[in-house]
Write a protein that binds this ligand. Structure first.
Ligand SMILES: [Zn+2]
Length: 445
């Protein structure tokens, strides 16, 4: 301000003007009543996304390397602000998530919330998994953590709530053997749109490589309000979607949507997870971005991703014989015949979730048998012979097998007799692959 005063003014006047200005600046805010918390959050959201705001184009640390100032823990079964068993702590300049004070994990999921909500920004975290999982942690939470964005505030969560309604960028470490992608998407109480389709699956895998061991990984998220969210690893786009929104099927999310006056999410809190496996965060940095639709892009403009998603999985000749030409694999030979582990059977051609393990039973017929399908996943049609009933994947029309009724194998009195070659098994705890929807063959019935 002072620099803009015309230079012709005498020095004394400038000094006087400066004093007056400063005293006004200092007293002005005190004369206005403090805005209610929600208003202030809304104002902050606007202020932080205004073009040319102070942090524009600069990486700003949210974690200071010394203590947890600016962060509030909310751990399940505890009140917001209570850092149960010192779960979140700062040591050696690292933000550590530890469970040495837990007897059993018992689904005591925790989140550490940053005080300021954001809307348009890039967020960068450096993380690593260390040591052994806490006793009693769920199998799927092995080397599992996450960054929650567009989240509710910790005070909005009930004491027993496990996850905040939010968009989760799921961070997973490899187990040393199998492939396991990271920077996946999970949607507690939310949904997103991918390639124009509303996605209601809880988790969607990214296309990332696997990071085994205790190496540091840098995950970046580009967040453009309600427009587009991109997950990046090593500078590469590994997942992208649009229109983050509340899921009205979730009662608490529905309530939040009513309070917000609509389903669409365009900003919210950022939080880091404690999900039973010890991990460290070395850096948590934000770059506030301009709220400018010109720069936002669309999920559709990533041509490669669209092309990849616009064709079904490649099939081997044996798979194509069954799935496309409605063949039948030889009885007793299928690789999924004896699978009894908890998990989901998905379509080998399009990844649609078809059957749950709990509906699988031993029929001794030589093919995997289920007495129920996942709601809406399977289509039935009468065979050319007019007697048997064929079952097909409702999403891609891939042949699955046949369904028989009245055999009295189980209480449901139904047997879906499915070729192993038509399905893939995803064990419980692993992220389901995204369902591939190809526009011109989808929803044929
Ligand atoms: Zn399918």
């Amino acid at each position: 301000m002072v620099r803009r005063v015309p230079v012709v003014l005498p020095l004394g006047l400038i000094a006087l003007a400066t004093i007056v200005l400063f005293s006004r600046l200092q007293t002005a805010p005190a004369t206005e009543p403090p805005a209610p918390e929600t208003d202030r959050n809304a104002q902050r959201l606007v202020a932080e996304t205004r073009p040319g705001s102070s942090a524009e184009g600069r990486w700003v640390p949210l974690f200071n390397g010394k203590d947890l100032s600016g962060w509030t823990p909310k751990i399940r079964y505890h009140a917001a602000g209570e850092n149960f068993a010192n779960t979140f702590r700062v040591e050696d300049g690292l933000l550590k998530v530890r469970y040495d004070g837990y007897d059993q994990f018992d689904e005591t999921f925790g989140h550490l919330f940053y005080e300021t909500p954001y809307s348009h920004y890039r967020l960068r975290v450096e993380y690593r998994f260390v040591g052994e999982q806490c006793e009693g942690g769920p199998g799927w939470a092995l080397r599992n953590s996450g960054v929650m964005i567009h989240g509710e505030r910790p005070e909005q969560m009930s004491k027993d709530q496990d996850f905040p309604v939010s968009i989760e960028v799921q961070l997973l470490g490899g187990d040393g053997n199998r492939n396991r992608t990271t920077s996946n998407l999970c949607t507690p109480g939310t949904n997103v749109v991918m390639d124009g389709e509303l996605i209601r699956t809880h988790c969607i895998s990214s296309s990332s490589k696997t990071y085994h061991g205790e190496q540091w990984v840098t995950a970046e998220i580009e967040v453009r309000g309600n427009q587009v969210i991109r997950h990046l690893l090593d500078g590469e786009n590994v997942l992208e979607y649009n229109k983050p929104q509340y899921d009205p099927r979730d009662a608490h999310a529905k309530e939040l949507a009513q309070q917000a006056g609509g389903l669409m999410l365009s900003g919210g809190t950022i939080s880091l997870q404690s999900e039973s496996h010890p991990c460290d965060f070395r850096k948590v940095e934000i770059m506030v971005l301009e709220d400018d639709p010109k720069h936002a892009g669309k999920a559709m403009d990533d041509k490669q991703q669209r092309e990849r998603r616009n064709s079904y999985n490649t099939l081997t000749p044996e798979e194509a014989f069954v799935i496309i030409r409605k063949g039948t694999e030889r009885p007793g030979t299928g690789e999924l015949l004896h699978v009894k582990d908890p998990g989901t059977f998905v379509c080998r051609r399009c990844n649609a979730a078809l059957y749950h393990s709990e509906d699988k039973f031993e029929s001794h017929c030589g093919w995997p048998s289920f007495d129920d399908e996942i709601d809406g996943a399977v289509r039935r049609q009468t065979d050319a012979d007019g007697r048997r009933v064929e079952i097909l994947c409702k999403n891609c029309d891939g042949h699955l097998g046949h369904v028989f009724e009245g055999e009295r194998f189980t209480e449901k009195n139904t047997r879906h007799c499915v070729n192993s070659l038509s399905m893939k098994f995803i064990p419980e705890g692993e992220t389901l692959p995204p369902m591939i929807v190809v526009q011109d063959t989808a929803n044929k019935d």
